[in-house]
Design a protein around this ligand. Structure first.
Ligand code: XCC
Ligand code: SF4
Length: 630
């Protein structure tokens, strides 16, 4: 085996520059150019001080004009904008979860979608108090999907999965009136509260932001994760590769991009179909290669080992290789730029969801009933497009790293049994992890999540922070584009253990894991919530006492704010490397970075200097350890 070396951000950039040169030959645009046209950004937007929720405005707050026409002050305006931002993210994640529940409803032993993890379905059914005895697994699936869908609109009660949290956390949520009710209600309530003439009190707006976030993390996202596992299998450790070098010069390259695994799973099925492979060969290709971008990539990497071509800010790069026959998208994080960009090459840009429709695309409407035919048509279209490739425009940067992925909560527990040094027999629990943390072999854990953002040199923050943290014996769980950054750099190669401090290195060796564990897509941050909940229970402490923090150093989307809010509201301090649009209000900023600690025992820290961000997290972890007396 060749010697192990991380891929550096400089190497990433070199590859990107070559691709931009490739694009220049055909007049391709790219985000790197558009950023220049958009800089400097609007100050009012950046600070959150512009209100346009009624047509008396838009109102912009300045020293000369401290109130909008209705009299709303800057704190009300910033708070309302923040809540709307959160609600957007919460709606998006949760609606993805809803789609999965609908797919579950279509599950059929002879249909497109099967129940691949019946055991998990039964486990959740029992958790929800549903009778499972003697029931056909498909009947149970349909019953569960209907119950799950009711979580979106039920008139009374709170989210079912809240019961997974430790008692103390549940009490906080009740006491602070942030226990999320029906998911759609929290989103609608957020829009209602921010309508002209409703809430302008920062406390009320921030409180609802937490509640709406919680309806995502412990509601819609959690159902999305759990029922995806039921349908497509619960991830187990699996080998894969990451970076643009996973694309193949002599094969049909199909890139799946977006979030919903219902589509990408089907594409993978058909790409493996002997009939399709034979057809590809007939068309002059050696085979069919599926690779992914963004979270749908994480989904199929976790379950099938499908390679990860790149993360968010690499989506244009896959087309710029000139070797992408089709980029097939479902929902979320898809650049509308892909339409015009694809036209510069032979690439087919295929949209599939009524939720994400874009110009300059081929729209093949995908749904659970026709999923098989749809996927087959898409794969065929890509195969037939192979001959249209222009060889002079093909440039695939030969850069990739090995990665072991697939660390669902369940597989983490299984894996950890290998390091158990427990006196009592507690196999199948997080006891080994707790012991590693309590003894100091591992100092703590950081959940690294979120996007790329051109405001940060792409991937630098993710990669540099991870390197620093693992060197200090802090284990990383990662998801979303952060996980892909890690994989592309090589941090999910088990050999990255050599970059760890002695304690973490030992754990990596015993458990045979990389120091950065891929927990999945962004809805799978719900897996991290389950992990901390169980760790707190087994250590008999509160979640907020654990030496664990969350970090989104390059985040950009509304979803990321919704995530941040539920992570904080779960009692986990959260560190951001990009500022949310709240700096215009001292009161809202004060609440988010400090005030909410009185409610939920955690708060946000914003720090744009990567090094300082890392130091702050390490200091917080050590503070928590000291307070625990470990
Ligand atoms: Fe999107 Fe989920 Fe962000 Fe990546 S990390 S850019 S939200 S794909 Ni979720
Ligand atoms: Fe202006 Fe008030 Fe209308 Fe907002 S709600 S646009 S601050 S008048």
């Amino acid at each position: 085996m060749s010697e192990f070396k991380l891929t550096s951000v400089e190497e990433f950039e070199q590859a990107t520059n070559e691709l931009l040169e490739n694009g220049a030959k055909v007049g391709a645009d790219a985000w790197q150019f558009r950023v220049k046209n958009q800089t400097p950004h609007c100050k009012f937007g950046e600070q959150g001080t512009c209100c346009r929720i009624c047509t008396m405005g838009p109102c912009r707050i300045t020293p000369k004009a401290p109130r909008g026409i209705c009299g709303c002050d800057v704190h009300g305006i910033v708070g309302r904008n923040f809540l709307r931002f959160t609600a957007g993210g919460s709606a998006t994640h949760s609606d993805h979860g809803r789609e999965i529940c609908h797919t579950l409803h279509e599950a059929d032993p002879n249909g497109n979608y099967k129940v691949k993890d019946p055991e998990k379905l039964i486990r959740i059914a029992k958790e929800w108090g549903v009778e499972t005895e003697g029931k056909d697994i498909y009947d149970l699936a349909h019953e569960m999907s209907e119950l799950a869908l009711l979580e979106y609109g039920k008139p009374f009660g709170t989210q079912r999965f809240l019961k997974r949290a430790p008692q103390h956390t549940q009490e906080i949520w009740e006491r602070e009136e942030i226990a999320p009710r029906a998911i759609d209600r929290e989103v609608a309530c957020s829009l209602h509260m921010t309508h002209m003439g409703c809430s302008s009190l920062p406390e009320a707006l921030v409180r609802q932001s937490l509640r709406s976030g919680l309806s995502d993390g412990w509601g819609g996202s959690m159902m999305g994760t759990e029922f995806s596992d039921v349908l497509f299998g619960t991830p187990k450790p699996i080998e894969t590769e990451a970076n643009l070098g996973v694309m193949k010069e002599d094969e049909v390259n199909i890139i799946v991009h977006g979030h919903d695994p219902s589509l990408s799973e089907m594409i993978c099925e058909y790409a493996d179909d002997p009939e399709m492979i034979a057809y590809a060969k007939e068309m002059g290709a050696k085979g069919i290669n599926v690779a992914g971008v963004c979270c749908t990539s994480n989904e199929v990497a976790m379950r099938r080992g499908v390679p990860m071509a790149g993360n968010f800010l690499q989506q244009e790069n896959v087309v710029l290789t000139g070797a992408c026959e089709a980029i097939v998208v479902d929902v979320q994080c898809i650049f509308p730029a892909l339409g015009p960009l694809s036209k510069c090459f032979h690439t087919k840009f295929v949209t599939t969801s009524p939720i994400a429709q874009m110009p300059d695309a081929e729209y093949i409407r995908f749904n659970a009933k026709t999923a098989g035919e749809n996927a087959k048509a898409i794969v065929k279209m890509a195969i037939e497009n192979f001959k249209n490739r222009k060889p002079e425009l093909v440039h695939i940067p030969h850069m990739k790293q090995k990665a072991t992925v697939g660390y669902s909560f369940e597989s983490i527990i299984k894996t950890l049994d290998k390091v158990t040094n427990s006196q009592v027999d507690q196999t199948g629990t997080l006891m080994p992890l707790w012991q590693c943390v309590a003894s100091g072999v591992i100092r703590g854990a950081v959940a690294m999540v979120g996007c790329n953002n051109p405001k940060v040199r792409p991937d630098t923050a993710h990669i540099e922070l991870m390197k620093k943290l693992i060197a200090h014996d802090v284990i990383i769980v990662a998801s979303g584009c952060s996980a892909q950054a890690a994989a592309r750099a090589g941090l999910m190669d088990k050999r990255a253990k050599d970059l760890c401090g002695a304690g973490l290195k030992r754990v990596c060796e015993l458990a045979d894991i990389p120091p950065v564990l891929h927990m999945g897509s962004c809805v799978d941050i719900s897996r991290m919530m389950v992990l901390v909940a169980e760790l707190a229970k087994i250590g008999n402490v509160n979640i907020s006492q654990l030496p664990v923090v969350g970090c989104a150093p390059e985040w950009m989307s509304e979803k990321a704010v919704s995530i941040g809010n539920y992570v904080v509201a779960t009692g986990i301090d959260t560190y951001l490397g990009v500022e949310p649009y709240v700096s215009g209000s001292t009161e809202v900023t004060g609440l988010l970075t400090n005030g909410v600690r009185d409610w939920v025992e955690a708060a946000y820290t914003v720090e744009k200097d990567i090094d300082k961000l890392g130091d702050a997290m390490l200091a917080r972890i050590e503070e928590k350890r000291a307070a625990l007396g470990v």
